[in-house]
Design a protein around this ligand. Sequence first.
Ligand code: FMN
Length: 539
Amino acid sequence: MCPNLIGAYLMVARPAVPPLVLPWTSREIVENNRDVLATWNYHEGTKHSFQSVHSSQHFLDFENQPLPFKIYPGLEPIPLPRDIEPFREPALRALAASDDESEGKPLLDLKFLARLLHYSAGITKRIRYTRGEMLFRAASCTGALYHIDLYLVCGDLPDLEAGVYHFGVHDFALRRLRRGDFRGELVRATAGEPAVASAPVVLICSSTFWRNSWKYQARTYRHCFWDSGTILANLLAMTAAHRVPARVVCGFVDDRVNRLLGLEPQREVALALVPLGRNSLVGHAPEVTPLALETTPLSRSEVDYPAIRAMHEASSLTEEAEVAAWRGAAAAAPLAPPSGPLFALRSLSEGEVQNSIEEVIERRGSSRRFAREPVSLEQFSTALSSIGGIAADFTQSVGRLLNDPYVIVNAVEGLPPGSYVYHTDQTALELLGEGEFRDEAGDLGLEQALPADASANVFFLTDLAPILERFGNRGYRVAQLEAAINGGRLYLASYALGLGATGLTFYDDDVSDFFSPHAEGKSAMFLVALGHPVKRRLG
Ligand SMILES: Cc1cc2nc3c(=O)[nH]c(=O)nc-3n(C[C@H](O)[C@H](O)[C@H](O)COP(=O)(O)O)c2cc1C
């Protein structure tokens, strides 16, 4: 049986990704979003395989570990209210209602923003180790390295002046980077995206590459979307719970947004915008002058991974007209009709699961070990039903997803163990191959015990070719992001059901091969294992 190579995943130096031999250097950056060779090169070059992982020379230099926070030492903190009383919307209802059709008009004020920021990306847990204290956050993140930052761009709110703000996770405070109403700049950057053009507040996710590439090297570009996706899953559940319209916007002129936030795009880039609320009048923005704000150094030195920057450049949009043409749902071909045995899913009713979304987020934490016990069909069906459309500028909220969920069932009552594909439109699982696949699941998940012990593993696989055809290289961003948001939803649904879950990394081609011929030509984007967690004994 596979050993748990990554037992002490957080603390122990381990082989990470293969040394990359990529066909570009930092000066030969492909700039054209339509030249999709850039994506294939990046994707191929950052795949994990048994060989690449076991031959990697990479080690973790703990003396040079980056700070997991972005800190502006010269800016005054604007403390966010900490007395956040729970709203108590049942988690499953919040997860089911993630759309932008809500007509509610809640007050977007500091208290509400504090609530959203805390439950999306705030600190929810502190664990003491011999070497210090580890702070864990509302959403899961590869290696707990927390490279995603959140910014707010708003007009005048009842208790917050119009401005551009950074969310400081370390002290739960905002810091103003610019004074004035700059939302018009985002309207231009998104070529008049209607949700942006009427939003009182726009939230923006960014990644500082080094904070993650310290461990994961060039594979970090995938993690940008994985780790912002889990945050957005929380955020969308929270906005849905409060009936606040929210929409994920990935089409924008990258330079404009990066400049507005004062980012150094060689090190940190904007990934996605989320306009919050509607019916606000957005005017022209003041001139966007360069920002030169001091930030606390992350570590003694930083290593540059040109492949990350190249992939980002290659998927960047440079003109408003390009953005306008880019926006819109992909016409994805439907999954082949089922030809194998079909198993209907039977979800629990909303009333049967009462945990509020806030309780669930506070309790969430990646399972470190699973007991080899079955989950009920109802539990598993309910968890799977959290996977669905996202209100976004690249997809329809109903209809075919960019990713297809493939499943290894180890122990679900009423389902033969085996491999499956989930037909979301029929709420049914098609059996692809019956068998005990615990060892295979462990091997696919980088030889870890977690996927072998879990009750089920859900892999998100996508057919990249038509997505790149439709969206260019930027299709890679949205395919990763969609998978990660649904992965984040699976996490939350599992915890709402009293189960545990964890994201996992995987051997790319082995996953596609395992689910083939059904998954022929598809690429693995995200993996979540779920089951009964084993509580760790203290002491
Ligand atoms: C996309 C993704 C992949 C992950 N891969 C692994 C993994 O391979 N092995 C593991 O033990 N944990 C994995 N994790 C879990 C993270 O280590 C965990 O989220 C992080 O330590 C923060 O802890 P928390 O989720 O308990 O808050 C992954 C998490 C995510 C989001």
